[in-house]
Ligand binder design. Structure first.
Ligand code: AMP
Length: 543
């Protein structure tokens, strides 16, 4: 027997309807790409999103069409997203930090038909877009007054394009499993892989993300997503915020410490989220200017492991609670968040910071396990690490076009490619990427654990650990260090600092000093390039 409840499909544009109905006057503040701060409301965003949908339909775009966006976080980007989804088309976020030929590859693979682009990226588009033949039109996210001369024959300014619609339009209705969005993973090896979100998965993910022990946002919050919409959906905030009716502050293209501080302060932001690099810049700015953060209450930090020093500074010096989080494009993206269970009530100081180094536990909607290479599940003992696998309603079930089928098993588990352990309270800690783990004498050494230890040394700016071929052990760790400006620590200083803080056989066999460590387009250490750089390196222990 089926239930007798209403078949109310979980469609993304219903989130915006809700925000306009219940929180219509709540503000969306954006640092515009043209410069000034601009203000609208959830009602305003909905009104214009309806116009976007109406105009798209008039131009012949609809169900299943991939529509690309190459844009910063602004209210315009939000209204474009919802307008696209409202006609059943698919927003496809492009990451401007990728190399242009990767962007072209991705657009051709997705067969994008239309592109919305911010002024910042127009020069790239002019140069490379002609190699994407599927794109019929380019809408530049600005008005006529700011529209530059362009070599693109089919480019129009957004405001002019939009003005031709009156907004007298009804959202389309369709099955909740219809595709809503698309995002390619920026893999460090091989071609990028397309993840296709559905309306249902986006709505459920937004609910999961907003729950009290996840991000825990409320209509009383003012939320600043520094994490871009073009990378992993702004961690779901573009949907969770209207779902609970928060005020939103969009940073546009300026993510330096001073610009972020200005918005945090002038808009009285209570909640924000970004990768560690952004917070390093902000903390540096605060230190230089001796400013405080009187309004900010919580900050979510993820995308790569959050250094202990960042958590400590935010909490001890600025009274801002840090929520360490882990996720990936394939998970919409949230996987775990390190909020505190009652088991940890009363935990303070170093002990609390120790727990916060973990990536946290999974909310409802994310199942998690850690296995060995033969899919045998490891105990939740907080030390046995293996392949981290996940499943849930907002986790990818396949890649677009069927790439990398081996990552999905018949029971619906997705192999994340991360290596982790889970403790008795369910808290997961990433110890490596599967391809970065160092295999020494048949045992695994976590490169991330060693990196975290090394950056604890006061003279170390950045650290990376890679496996170097070793005749006896197969691989042994090499520690690659960028020193802080003006500091000259010797190899022995760093090794003796690490001594006793990890297993003896984990200790790096050598230390190499470099001026710079290579990073990927999304700010992660590019181990593949580093391994290439050190491919002929001979460890002193390998005799
Ligand atoms: P992306 O899909 O580009 O967001 O990358 C996802 C990957 O980033 C994950 O599979 C992890 O390897 C890494 N990652 C994300 N968050 C964290 C975190 N808090 N700690 C360590 N690694 C992380």
């Amino acid at each position: 027997m089926l239930g007798l409840m209403q078949p109310w499909p979980l469609l993304c544009h219903k989130i915006l309807d809700y925000a306009a109905a219940q929180h219509g006057q709540r503000e969306i503040v954006s640092r515009s790409v043209e410069g000034p701060i601009v203000r609208t409301t959830w009602s305003g965003v909905r009104e214009r999103a309806l116009k976007v949908a109406q105009r798209l339909e008039r131009d012949g775009f609809g169900l299943g069409d991939r529509i690309a966006t190459l844009a910063w976080n602004t209210a315009r980007h939000l209204e474009v997203w919802y307008g696209i989804m409202g006609v059943g088309a698919i927003y496809h976020t492009l990451n401007p930090r990728l190399f242009p030929d990767q962007i072209v590859w991705i657009m051709n693979h997705a067969e994008d038909r239309l592109l919305f682009v911010d002024l910042t990226f127009l020069p790239i588009v002019e140069k490379y877009c002609p190699s994407v033949t599927s794109v019929k039109k380019v809408v530049v996210l600005t008005d006529r007054a700011h529209m530059p001369q362009t070599s693109l024959p089919n480019a129009v300014p957004y405001e002019e394009w939009l003005a031709e619609a009156d907004g007298d339009f009804s959202w389309k209705s369709f099955d909740e499993n219809t595709a809503a969005g698309m995002c390619y993973t920026s893999g460090t090896t091989g071609d990028p892989k397309g993840v296709v979100y559905s309306h249902r998965s986006n709505v459920l993910h937004a609910m999961i993300a907003a729950m009290p022990d996840s991000m825990g946002i409320s209509t009383r919050d003012t939320v600043l997503p520094v994490v871009p919409m073009f990378h992993a959906n702004a961690w779901g905030l573009a949907q969770s915020c209207p779902m609970v009716g928060t005020k939103m502050v969009m940073p546009g293209g300026k993510m330096d410490g001073a610009s972020i501080y200005e918005l945090l302060d002038s808009e009285q932001v209570s909640f924000t989220a970004a990768v560690p690099t952004v917070w390093l810049m902000l903390l540096q700015h605060l230190e230089q200017t001796r400013k405080k953060l009187p309004y900010l209450k919580r900050v979510v930090i993820g995308g790569s492991a959050c250094p202990r020093a960042i958590t400590e500074k935010f909490q001890n010096d600025y009274d801002v609670e840090v929520i360490h989080a882990w996720g990936m494009t394939e998970m919409s993206p949230l996987g775990t968040l390190c909020t505190m269970k009652p088991e940890y009530d009363g935990l303070e100081g170093e002990a609390r910071l120790g727990i916060q180094q973990k990536q946290g536990y999974a909310p409802f909607g994310v199942e998690m396990k850690v296995t060995d290479d033969d899919n045998r599940e490891h105990p939740w003992d907080g030390k046995t690490f293996g392949r981290l696998k996940v499943r849930g309603p907002a986790v990818a079930g396949a890649y677009y076009g069927g790439a990398s089928e081996e990552q999905f098993d018949t029971d619906g588990w997705f192999d994340t490619g991360d290596v982790a352990h889970i403790d008795a309270h369910g808290y997961m800690q990433i110890t490596d990427r599967a391809k970065d783990v160092i295999k020494s004498g048949g045992e695994w050494i976590s490169s991330i654990d060693l990196e975290n230890l090394a950056v604890g040394h006061p003279d170390v700016a950045e650290a990376a650990v890679i496996g170097i071929h070793h005749a006896k052990w197969d691989e042994r760790p090499l520690l690659v260090i960028v020193r802080k400006p003006g500091k000259e620590p010797a190899k022995e200083d760093i090794l003796s600092f690490m001594q006793g803080k990890c297993a003896k056989w984990w200790m790096p066999d050598d230390v190499a000093f470099v001026a710079e460590i290579p990073h990927t387009a999304t700010g992660k250490i590019q181990k593949i390039t580093l391994r290439e750089q050190f491919k002929d390196y001979r460890l002193p222990t390998d005799v």
